[in-house]
Design a protein around this ligand. Structure first.
Ligand code: SAM
Ligand code: SF4
Length: 453
């Protein structure tokens, strides 16, 4: 008799590194004869890959676990696993009384460096023992595991794990451990395989990719080697820490046509006093010089950033400096957050003294300003023709594709006879703060895939 494969369902929260990690988990389980399902109701194993960066990210996961609790009532044999940063941070607390009434349903708890143990933990959980594996590693990179990618043309590739920066607000060094890099050879090999499968975009991931190191090779070497694999593949990367972004890296982006002209460069605050309290290890003058070097060397570059409003002891003057910096740099986009105190971080022992309504007002001012700038910048593209990669159907219309430019601008345009993975020129006729809209330029389609992906 053929044994029925166990069905695994996974939900992923947080950053792209978690998306990439979920693909590693699925690969490990697929190799051990589990089947992957998108239908939670048919699943034997339900996993949630979690984020701890802000309190509200954790609250969302508790909300989901509440829903899983109802499912488990109908299907008591269902195994529920919490993976990733919350697993690492909360450990056995996730199964305890204080776990917002959902502790009793959690069967396994697995930290980001323990995914190889998943099959064993699931087997034990089937025997009703609770499984927990949360050891952080100084060497684990999952270098030899090919992530299970189901999506067609864009791939996330984790090139380094962990973080040694210890920004005072950030839980990542505690939940993801110390920095370590994959070998350059293994990353290049992975891109070769993706190229052969018809992928059109890779994004190299790390909390601080500029710290990447494989013996004599640094991140610029890795980026160049990846770009050389297939010039029809767009290469993106995230995240760069402003302290470590080298001239060599800037020259590498400028010198390779398929490395996208897009840099995500989190500044966090425009105030030197706050940057110092955050242990960001640069000041605003360094940041401005860096932006200047990037813009001088990479024409038409798009820039985005991360901002935190309401860090402990942030004054109106500090906040004003952040607004001034945003106005001066004129980012193409930004991720903007209210400060959220995280247990065990150095900032947790500082008083969270910016009142909630002040944080809300400040983040509102930052968002309004950024929205205006994004809209102004996007409107300068009206009338221009841009090369766009067709990435998938527009969420609003089955007759339109959505795709992005080299500079990461989202563009909506009629499907014409394009297929996903084609490049084409689109003439922009309208724009808002988030999206450009346009028409296909006849005869501009570039199809670079020769065989079925
Ligand atoms: N490693 C990246 C870097 O340094 O830019 C980012 C990693 S973190 C997951 C993404 C962003 O979350 C940070 O850039 C920061 O703006 C924000 N963040 C991290 N900890 C936070 C906290 N305690 N409260 C609010 N935002 C936070
Ligand atoms: Fe967190 Fe700072 Fe590391 Fe980014 S660089 S992951 S913000 S500690």
């Amino acid at each position: 008799m053929i044994e029925q494969k166990k069905q695994v369902y996974i939900e992923t929260y947080g950053c792209q590194m978690n998306v990439a990690d979920s693909e590693v988990v699925l690969s490990v389980l697929h190799d051990k004869n589990y089947a992957i399902t998108n239908d939670i109701k048919s699943a034997d194993v339900v996993l949630v890959n979690t984020c701890s960066v802000r309190e509200n990210a954790e609250q969302r996961v508790y909300g989901r676990l509440g829903k899983f609790k109802e499912l488990k009532k109908q299907k008591p044999g269902m195994i529920i696993g919490v993976l990733g940063c919350m697993a690492e941070r909360l450990r056995t607390k996730l199964t305890g009384e204080k776990a917002k009434g959902v502790g009793q349903i959690v069967d396994i708890i697995v930290g980001p460096d323990e995914y190889r143990k998943m099959p064993q933990l699931l087997e034990q959980a089937g025997g009703k023992a609770k499984g927990i594996a949360v050891q952080l590693s100084r060497v684990e990179t999952y270098d030899d595991i090919t992530p299970l990618r189901t999506d067609g043309i864009s791939a996330w590739i984790t090139v380094m794990r962990g973080c040694d920066k210890f920004c005072t607000f950030c839980v990542v060094p505690f939940t993801r451990g110390r920095e370590r890099s994959r070998t350059l050879g293994s990353v290049v090999k992975e891109v070769e395989i993706l190229s052969a499968r018809g992928f059109k975009e890779v994004t190299l991931l790390g909390q601080n990719v500029n710290s990447y190191r494989d013996n004599e090779f640094d991140f610029a070497d890795l980026l160049r080697s990846v770009a050389e694999v297939d010039r029809n593949i767009r290469v993106r990367f995230t995240t760069s820490h402003p302290q470590d972004m080298s001239d060599k890296l800037i020259a590498t982006i400028a010198g390779n046509s398929n490395i996208c002209n897009f840099v995500h460069l989190p500044v966090q605050s425009g105030s030197d006093r706050v940057l110092q309290a955050m242990n960001r290890t640069y000041d605003s003058a360094h940041y401005r010089r860096l932006v200047n070097a990037i813009r001088t060397n990479i024409p038409d570059v798009s820039l985005s950033t991360d901002i935190i409003a309401g860090f402990p002891a942030e004054t109106e003057e500090d906040h004003r400096r952040t607004l001034d910096l945003i106005e001066e740099i004129r980012y193409d986009g930004a991720y903007m957050f209210k400060y959220s105190p995280r247990e065990h971080t150095p900032a947790f022992s500082m008083t969270d003294d910016v009142a909630e309504e002040i944080k809300t007002r400040r983040i509102g001012e930052i968002m309004d300003l950024q929205r205006r700038i994004s809209e102004e910048k996007n409107s300068t593209y009206v009338g221009r023709s841009l090369e766009v990669l067709a990435e998938g159907e527009s969420k609003k219309s089955p007759d339109e594709w959505q795709g992005r430019t080299d500079g990461n601008k989202m563009v909506i345009f009629p499907k014409g006879d394009l297929v996903v993975g084609d490049y084409a020129s689109v003439k922009v006729d309208r724009a808002n703060s988030a999206t450009l809209f346009g028409q296909l330029i006849p005869g501009s389609v570039k199809r670079t895939t020769t065989e079925a992906a």
